[in-house]
Design a binder for this molecule. Structure first.
Ligand SMILES: Cc1cc2nc3c(=O)[nH]c(=O)nc-3n(C[C@H](O)[C@H](O)[C@H](O)COP(=O)(O)OP(=O)(O)OC[C@H]3O[C@@H](n4cnc5c(N)ncnc54)[C@H](O)[C@@H]3O)c2cc1C
Length: 505
């Protein structure tokens, strides 16, 4: 296949191979992007490779929440909640265009396992864990107030509600904008470039990389490697993490079908689901089920759709949602930490005995597994960075780069990722935000020239979310494919191929 990159991107791949790096990051999801931005800002010669498009993995398939996690508080995971609560404020500060305050209404029902008195105390603690600086003050709502705010909410056994604040983001845009910031600070970034293996040398690593667009092998020398491959992170020979993958599905419906003014929390036994307002749409989710299929092929199945709609219909019986109401959907995998290996031997962490992984039925419920992250050096100069949440990505980057600097005996300025904005406002206006931009040739040109978009789906799904948001997505895709053909020199056959693979989504 001919090299499909712009000249600029081709040069970056060559540069990465030409001179040894301080750090090569594997994985262009939110975690890898955060590490690359911080490393570049602190003066390390940084490269990042992503096997598909940036944000192709879990980081474009989340619930899009910047949250401490009220559920994790109920599980007693105070440190995790505190960390994430501080980070949600920081992301709002550095990237306000993709981080908006969002109010949540959590109705409480008798015998639901979430008594109102506990929720009232919980949200107060939640506010305090933000250093008293949450996006707004939590309040209690009476049944009557709820009737006005959420008409149609089932009232059987309803005792009242709390209203509290978290944030909403645009996950894929947060990745792309973090990468744009990393590139502005000198990081070398390549999508469609796969890490294939590495050998240790006396002072670093020689990595085999395959540039899939040019179909050419590259050799990249680096002092350190950071494995930020998300659900794939336990697949490399040097990797010391064990993962438990759980699948989560989201559905998108029209807001007219469920006109909620704030996000709403819905309970199913020990799990909670959300209805999240998103412009003229509402995002519903999520599921949490063990996954042992093919990572590249994670899908939203009929059972997932029925489960989510049933929970929503239980809370809002008059909505009577049916599968035909679903405008869009996505499914992703949580890379949860199940075990860590030390010197080749697996260490039990969660749901494991000392001698081996427990069978699925004895591993505990997926929703009970901690969302903590780990950063560990298995072999000299090789770090695994895994687990965590979108919300804590900046902190994971900071902690990783601190360790890289110590390992490299490098003095650097203190980390500035919590204070320096990702991008100046002029670089995001009309291009990046909470809602999809207008469909214009100008924005598509920008994504191709400045944001590494090479395929139709890169633009339709990850740069814009048009795929999830627009009813007329097929017509938009035709239009965009026409512009991309013009901009990137596609012939008719290539354009048809792009349409076919987009439709296969
Ligand atoms: C359903 C669901 C809902 C969630 N909701 C939230 C939420 O609301 N808020 C929140 O804070 N968190 C949420 N999370 C968690 C959050 O999305 C993840 O923790 C985070 O996105 C993981 O990022 P990552 O960079 O580790 O993984 P990924 O985004 O998967 O990135 C890893 C990347 O590595 C690449 N890669 C793999 N192998 C190679 C290779 N050999 N060479 C090159 N590249 C490679 C992959 O292609 C992939 O793009 C949710 C997760 C799920 C699944």
């Amino acid at each position: 296949m001919a090299d499909e990159r712009t000249d600029n991107a081709r040069m970056v791949a060559d540069q990465m191979a030409a001179e040894p790096l301080d750090v090569l990051v594997i994985g262009g999801g939110i975690v890898g992007s955060g590490v690359a931005r911080d490393a570049a800002m602190r003066g390390l010669r940084t490269g990042l490779i992503e096997q598909y498009d940036f944000a192709w993995g879990t980081s474009s398939r989340s619930s899009r929440l910047l949250h401490g996690g009220l559920r994790y508080l109920a599980q007693g995971r105070v440190r995790l909640v505190r960390e994430a609560s501080v980070e949600k404020r920081i992301i709002h500060h550095i990237a306000p265009h993709v981080a908006e305050p969002l109010a949540f209404i959590f109705p409480s029902y008798r015998r639901s396992g979430w008594p109102l008195w506990q929720l009232r105390i919980g949200v107060k603690i939640y506010d305090l864990l933000c250093g008293g600086q949450n996006f707004g003050r939590s309040t209690a709502l009476s049944r009557r107030a709820l009737r006005d705010t959420l008409p149609g909410l089932t009232e059987e056994r309803l005792s009242g509600a709390v209203r509290y604040f978290d944030g909403l983001t645009n996950d894929a845009r947060l990745v792309i904008d973090t990468l744009r910031s990393a590139a502005n600070h000198g990081a070398l970034l390549e999508n469609y470039c796969r890490f294939e293996g590495a050998r240790r040398t006396h002072d670093g690593w020689v990595c085999d990389v395959h540039d899939t667009l040019a179909d050419r092998p590259l050799t990249v020398e680096t002092r350190c490697v950071v494995n930020a491959a998300g659900p794939w992170a336990d697949r490399f020979e040097q990797s010391g993490v064990g993962l438990r993958l759980t699948k989560g599905v989201h559905l998108v419906i029209d807001r007219e079908r469920l006109p909620v003014p704030d996000a709403v929390v819905m309970v199913d036994a020990n799990r909670i689901l959300f209805a999240i307002p998103w412009g003229e749409r509402v995002i519903l989710g999520t599921t949490d089920t063990d996954f042992d299929g093919h990572i590249e092929d994670v899908r939203c199945e009929d059972d997932d759709v029925h489960y989510i709609l049933e929970i929503v219909n239980r809370s809002f019986p008059q909505a009577a949602l049916v599968p035909g109401d679903v405008v869009g959907a996505w499914a992703g995998l949580r890379p949860l930490i199940a075990a860590a290996r030390e010197g080749g031997a697996r260490l039990p962490v969660t749901g494991e005995t000392g001698t081996g992984v427990l069978p699925a039925d004895k591993r505990g419920r997926p929703s009970d597994i901690s969302r903590r992250h780990i950063i560990r050096q298995g072999e000299p100069g090789w770090w695994d960075v895994a687990g965590g949440k979108l919300t804590t990505y900046r902190l994971m980057g900071e902690q990783t780069v601190d360790r890289l600097l110590t390992y490299l005996h490098r003095k650097a300025d203190p980390c500035r990722t919590a204070v320096e904005p990702l991008l100046p406002p002029v670089q995001v206006q009309g291009i990046s935000g909470m809602l999809p931009p207008e469909v214009t040739r100008k924005v598509v040109e920008h994504y191709c020239r400045n944001e590494w978009a090479v395929h139709l789906a890169d633009v339709m799904v990850r740069r814009t979310s048009w795929h999830h948001y627009r009813h007329d997505r097929s017509a938009v895709a035709e239009q965009v494919a026409g512009w991309m053909a013009d901009l990137l020199g596609w012939d008719d056959e290539r354009r048809a191929r792009e349409m076919d693979s987009y439709k296969a989504l």
